[in-house]
Design a protein around this ligand. Structure first.
Ligand code: SF4
Length: 76
């Protein structure tokens, strides 16, 4: 499946290790890149839908994504 939005990703061509840090404390660099990314919302929704377990997507860590899903469940 082609993900057209990925062509506009600010992380395109960057070292993927930035987005898959070993410890959550090292996510700052990834979050800076995501903060300037034009497809951040789409990226985040993609990760939420797929229940991505690893990495920073749409500026959110796995822990933060779980929190977002919990909040949405509560709100629905
Ligand atoms: S939001 Fe972050 S991880 Fe997602 S495409 Fe943009 S830069 Fe990459």
């Amino acid at each position: 499946m082609e993900l057209a939005w990925r062509r506009h990703a600010a992380c395109r061509g960057l070292d993927p290790e930035i987005f898959y840090p070993v410890v959550d404390d090292d996510v700052d660099d990834a979050k800076v890149v995501c903060g300037e990314c034009g497809v951040r919302e789409t990226c985040l929704e993609f990760a939420l839908q797929r229940r991505e377990k690893e990495g920073v997507w749409g500026g959110a860590t796995e822990k933060e994504r779980r929190r977002i899903l919990r909040q949405r469940r509560r709100a629905s």
